[in-house]
Write a protein that binds this ligand. Structure first.
Ligand code: ZN
Length: 154
């Protein structure tokens, strides 16, 4: 098991709502996240899953990338959070094939946004723009690769 990750609430983080330092095992959250119901949970889970992503095996990360590449081939619009959506919108068609840094960053953010969508207990949110059909694919990926009860040390 890894060392504890500390979560601190800050009055303002400027342009960002959250910031994490993996080496310092620290997650900073902007206090404005407490205003709207569910946002705090959504962003906290997103940030926690950055730690999980690093602990996944290469094969598991590749399997997530394969899922995303398949979605792109099928022209899936939208995402499950703004962090991944704006990165998705900037992807070039060659990024997935080359596994460019832009692609890997998108894959990581998409993983964290999907976890937040799955586990924050919010049925709807205006940042959940991925169509239902593709959401089902993501849900079953998590069920297969991170089944309930899996302990991911982060
Ligand atoms: Zn993120």
């Amino acid at each position: 098991m890894g060392r504890p990750v500390r979560v601190e609430l800050r009055r303002s983080l400027g342009a960002h709502l959250a910031a994490s330092s993996i080496p310092r095992r620290l997650i900073l959250l902007d206090a404005s996240l407490l205003v709207r119901r569910g946002d705090f949970e959504r962003i906290l889970i997103h940030e926690m899953f950055h730690f999980v992503w690093l602990r996944l095996s290469n094969a598991t990360r590749r399997s997530w990338e394969d899922l995303l590449a398949d979605e792109l081939t099928r022209r899936a619009p939208g995402e499950l959070g703004w962090s991944s959506e704006w990165r998705k919108n900037k992807l070039h068609s060659s990024d997935a094939v080359r596994r460019s840094p832009r692609w890997r960053r998108y894959a990581c953010e998409s993983f964290c946004d999907s976890a937040a969508w799955l586990f924050a207990g919010l049925r709807r949110h205006d940042e959940f723009t991925l169509p239902a059909h593709f959401r089902r694919g993501r849900r079953s990926w998590f069920a297969r690769n991170l089944p309930a009860g899996t302990l991911v040390p982060f």
